[in-house]
Design a protein around this ligand. Structure first.
Ligand code: IPT
Length: 977
């Protein structure tokens, strides 16, 4: 192995503090995919971590896996999480002196049969500066951490011989200042490395335009590594086995223009495909296209394979149209993330991400905040997603300085143009994004200018520009794409008459912890307000890294099996900011996705699934149930269903459902599938919609949505009063054999992330709601009724609480009333809390479920008879918080395996929760491994429960989901089974 001497030009240039230097020796980006016939260099490489890029390489090597970040591979350089702020104080373009630098080295046997061929090294991605040496000689430099870099090694390596490839990866650089995304900082080679060979005469790029009218244009750029192109070369194309010829017209015009296409190496195939099957996210029809480059004698010098889709994107007025249709963008922001490998994601993982998103009704992805692995776009083409492809530019901490800094001009144009050059042939990519949170400056306009010329077929968006005035027409963004905009502002804009462009939020509904409140309200407004078209939920992943608790190290690649169902195995936890000993960090703000770090769906996903339902119950009329097709392109033939009738008396009837043949946007009435029994009380009809035939993302039988309609309201019921008082103790607390703690008033919930970051929890603590002091005022008995008056004192006010206990047949009825003083405006909850004796481990309920739901997140939880073990009710949000609630509960039983237990009947549908934790247990724990489940159950019955909102980043819940001061009343009966 050869050492790089300090005089090495790549080092002495100090490219890590030279923003003007975006690359050296790097080949232009292109869309010719070489993955299939390349030599993979993935695997274990010799590795050493230097303290700085100019430190001396030693003889001491360990090993590191490629692709992979060293921060997850047992080095002392650990992951660090910061949001906006840089993890160091140096101003751009400077980096700190302590600058971890990974040196990767390995031998490569260059195949002997590559003699005479052009040999190229491709490094899939490295962050943040890559220096390449081969056999000790400098071979190239690259920045732009999420795109591949290619280097021509033809003159450097010798076929049939062994070469040493060294990749030096510098962690901090001028580029870090424009890669300041809200995510973990890592270092390493994060995507695959490969070596491939082509004929010297090769396809340098292939550009496909395929319109939804069937027009197909394939532009080829041809080069010869030896210099001038040989005479007589030509290209041919084959679409699904049908030969396409070179475009004579294009050639003739070029010759007339004296633009000799042979010399320029340009060729075009142009044709129209009759009766083309168009691509859209619902029916992602793809065609196989093979482009061949021929020598004069007809032999093939190079081949490029593509899967293309015929589709059209355009903006007309304020609508973004796909194939002429105004589609709703049901999007999510997705980072490259894995709890074991950090930034390196496998094909299978990407596929699993996208399959899950399809199953939960998403049709769009913003690649926040950088271009993803090429495979992700192949999957998006195949499974059907609209992609907003985002360049790797986020200058957040120094946004204002950098957006106009000419030293960064190259980098902006370089990053945007390379993304476009790579991804332009994907039908899934519908919009180019210039990056994220980088203010707005000349560097953005320069990048946009390049895109407009190179790819006029797609719109551009950039939030930082459009936010200045959504109605502007002279910035670089074709779409107004705000983040976390209040709904009323969006609606007002759409109604203002000033709207000039589509309004599609690039980020909305922040999914941190127990969140995504008001999602259904947002979508009701979007679907009913012309000019609003949807947005991208922030975000897909909770970026918790699997960590060993005893030594604080990330577990790394070997950790499969050390988590399940969103929960880390004993001795492990999901690490967030600060857990790796870093002092500069942003805590749990990294855990803000709709899935847990192991991709277990959070309950909010069911809410999204229902809001996105392709088929819905519009209403129930005397002629039957009116169903509607809410897709944009597809009929209902891929779906089937089952009717389910749930009656309050416990009965559930089912019948197969025949879905009508409806085109998008159509509705039709179908007859009621049941003779609804006259008795049985409240009645709900649910349509369980499932996939009829296997889809690439869902096997037959997968549930897609559960629309529901109420057929009949509840019967009025009165409990027979038994004239014998219930027992209370000297404090006025109910004595009951199955209760370990008597029912008392609760106004506190373990603050959600929204409560904490939105400032509500601070207010509640200041009012003393977490530690109300109860004092019994009076206990009276009157005609068998026991009335207990109590006061609950906070720091700024006193709540009066009254419980009236009445013995009824088989149990006790409790009528409660709480009066909140004006000071207690907008509390977490008003309700009852009690604890049961151990052993009651099964909850059965009639109400909304089966998954967790809250007042402002309950559209996706149908009313019915549900049953779950108590331990399965709890949702393990990364930072422990209020969890496990069920909305709209009318009645529940808590039972032991021997069928003993208790049953609670509520006066009206209420929010309840049954967990192993008191609110204070959850409030004080920072991670789940700190929680000790209690043997019994902690049961909350809420007269009012505050909505969840999204205030950790964005709007709070709506006023209608907040709790007003004044009098609250609720009643319930408690019986023994
Ligand atoms: C916005 C960022 O674009 C995103 O990366 C993430 O940080 C998100 O917020 C919050 O989780 S920026 C925000 C400061 C408005």
């Amino acid at each position: 192995m050869t050492d790089v001497l300090p005089a090495d030009p790549l080092i002495s240039l100090r490219p890590w503090e030279a923003p003007e230097v975006t690359s050296w020796g790097r080949l232009p980006m292109n869309a010719v995919d070489r993955r299939s016939d390349a030599l993979s260099l993935d695997g274990d490489w010799h590795f050493q971590l230097l303290p700085a890029p100019d430190a001396q390489v030693s003889d001491v090597w360990s090993s590191a896996h490629v692709p992979g970040v060293w921060t997850m591979q047992d080095t002392d350089d650990r992951p660090q999480y910061t949001n906006v702020r840089m993890p160091y104080t140096e101003f751009p373009p400077q980096s700190p002196a302590a600058n971890p630098t990974g040196v990767y080295e390995r031998e490569v046997d260059v195949p002997g049969e590559w003699t005479g061929r052009r040999i190229v090294l491709q490094v899939g991605a490295a962050e943040s500066v890559l220096l390449v040496h081969v056999d000790g000689r400098p071979a190239g430099i690259s920045k732009d951490s999420h795109l591949a870099a290619e280097f021509d090694l033809t003159d450097v390596v010798r076929p049939g011989e062994r070469s040493v490839v060294r990749l030096t990866v510098v962690k901090w650089s001028d580029a870090s200042h424009i890669e300041d995304q809200d995510q973990w900082w890592h270092g390493g080679v994060t995507r695959s490395v490969l070596l491939y060979a082509t004929d010297p005469l090769h396809l340098a790029d292939v550009s496909v335009r395929a319109g939804f009218d069937g027009e197909l244009r394939v532009d080829c750029r041809v080069r010869d590594a030896r210099g001038a192109l040989p005479d007589g070369w030509y290209v041919s194309g084959e679409l699904e086995g049908r030969l396409l010829a070179q475009d004579d017209e294009f050639d003739r015009v070029n010759v007339e223009d004296e633009r000799v296409s042979d010399f320029l190496g340009e060729a075009r195939i142009h044709t129209t495909v009759p009766e083309v099957r168009t691509w859209n996210a619902e029916t992602p029809e793809l065609y196989g296209l093979t482009v061949r480059l021929h020598r004069a004698d007809g032999t093939v010098a190079d081949t490029s394979q593509h899967r293309i889709g015929f589709r059209d994107v355009r903006i007309v007025g304020r609508d973004l149209l796909i194939n002429g249709e105004r589609v709703f963008i049901r999007g999510v922001n997705r980072h490259d993330f894995h709890p074991l490998t950090g930034r390196t994601v496998s094909y299978d993982d990407m596929r699993a991400d996208l399959v899950l998103l399809k199953r939960f009704g998403f049709n769009a992805i913003r690649t926040s905040h950088y271009p993803n692995d090429p495979a992700l776009y192949d999957l998006a083409d195949e499974l059907g997603f609209y992609v907003v492809d985002e360049a790797d530019i986020e200058a957040h901490d120094h946004a204002h300085e950098i957006a106009d800094d000419p030293r960064y001009l190259n980098a902006f144009v370089d990053r945007v143009s390379r993304m476009v050059l790579r991804d332009k042939n994907h039908p899934s990519v519908i919009v180019w994004s210039l990056g994220n949170e980088s203010d707005y400056g000349a560097n953005h306009d320069a990048a946009a200018g390049w895109v407009r010329r190179h790819d006029p077929t797609r719109p551009i968006q950039y939030e930082g520009a459009a936010k200045l005035d959504w109605a502007a027409t002279d910035d670089c963004s074709d779409i107004a794409c705000p983040m976390y905009a209040p709904l009323e502002d969006c609606v007002a804009h759409a109604l203002s008459g000033r709207q000039t462009r589509p309004l599609i939020q690039c980020e909305y509904s922040h999914a941190m912890g127990n969140s995504n409140g008001t999602l259904a309200d947002l979508w009701a407004a979007i679907e009913s307000t012309p000019g609003l078209q949807g947005g991208f939920i922030w975000e897909f992943w909770d970026h918790g890294i699997l960590q060993r608790v005893n030594d604080g190290r990330p577990v790394g690649r070997g950790g499969a099996g050390l988590y399940d169902n969103g929960v880390a195995a004993p001795g492990h936890r999901w690490a967030y900011g600060g857990d790796f000993g870093e002092t500069i960090h942003d805590g749990a703000f990294i855990a803000d996705g709709v899935v847990f770090p192991d991709r277990t769906p959070k309950p909010a996903l069911y809410e999204h699934r229902e809001i996105a339902a392709p088929v819905r119950i519009e209403c129930f009329k005397h002629e039957g149930i009116v169903l509607g097709n809410h897709q944009h392109f597809r009929g209902l033939d891929w779906l089937t269903g089952e009717w389910e009738l749930s009656l309050a008396d416990g009965r559930t009837l089912t019948a197969p459902a025949e879905l009508p043949d409806l085109r998008p946007g159509e509705t039709a009435a179908v007859p009621l599938p049941f003779e609804v029994p006259r008795d049985g009380g409240e009645a709900w009809l649910t349509l369980r919609v499932t996939v009829a035939e296997d889809q690439p993302w869902a096997p037959r039988g997968t549930e897609v949505c559960v629309p529901q309609v109420r057929l009949r309201g509840p019967d009025a019921a009165e409990d027979a009063h038994v004239d014998r008082p219930v027992e209370v103790d000297g404090e006025g607390l109910l004595i009951h054999p199955l209760l370990a703690a008597a029912p008392t008033l609760s106004l506190w919930r373990a603050p959600t992330d929204n409560d904490e970051l939105g400032g509500m929890a601070e207010r509640w603590r200041a009012w003393g709601l977490d530690s109300l002091v109860r004092k019994v005022v009076s206990v009276r008995e009157d005609g068998g009724r026991v009335t207990v008056e109590a006061e609950y004192a906070g720091t700024v006010g006193v709540v009066t609480h009254r419980q009236v206990f009445t013995r009824v047949e088989g149990g006790v009825r409790i009528d409660e009333q709480a009066e909140l003083p004006e000071q207690f405006d907008d509390v977490a909850r008003v309700g009852t809390v009690f604890e049961t004796t151990p052993g009651l481990d099964l909850l059965e309920w009639f109400g909304q479920g089966p998954w967790e739901s809250y007042p402002d997140r309950s559209a996706g939880a149908p009313v019915g008879h549900h049953s779950l073990p108590v331990d399965a009710l709890f949702t393990p949000y990364l930072r422990p918080q209020e969890s496990g609630g069920r909305h709209g509960v009318r009645q529940f039983t808590l039972s032991a395996p021997d069928a003993t237990g208790l049953v609670v009947v509520l006066d009206e549908p209420r929010q309840i929760s049954v967990t192993r934790y008191r609110a204070e247990d959850l409030t004080t724990a920072a991670h789940h491994d700190e929680l000790m489940p209690r043997p019994g159950c902690v049961v909350h019955i809420d007269a009012a429960h505050r909505g969840l909102g999204t205030a950790s980043c964005g709007p709070d819940t709506f006023p209608s989901y907040r709790i007003a001061p004044g009098i609250h009343r609720w009643s319930w009966t408690l019986r023994v089974l």
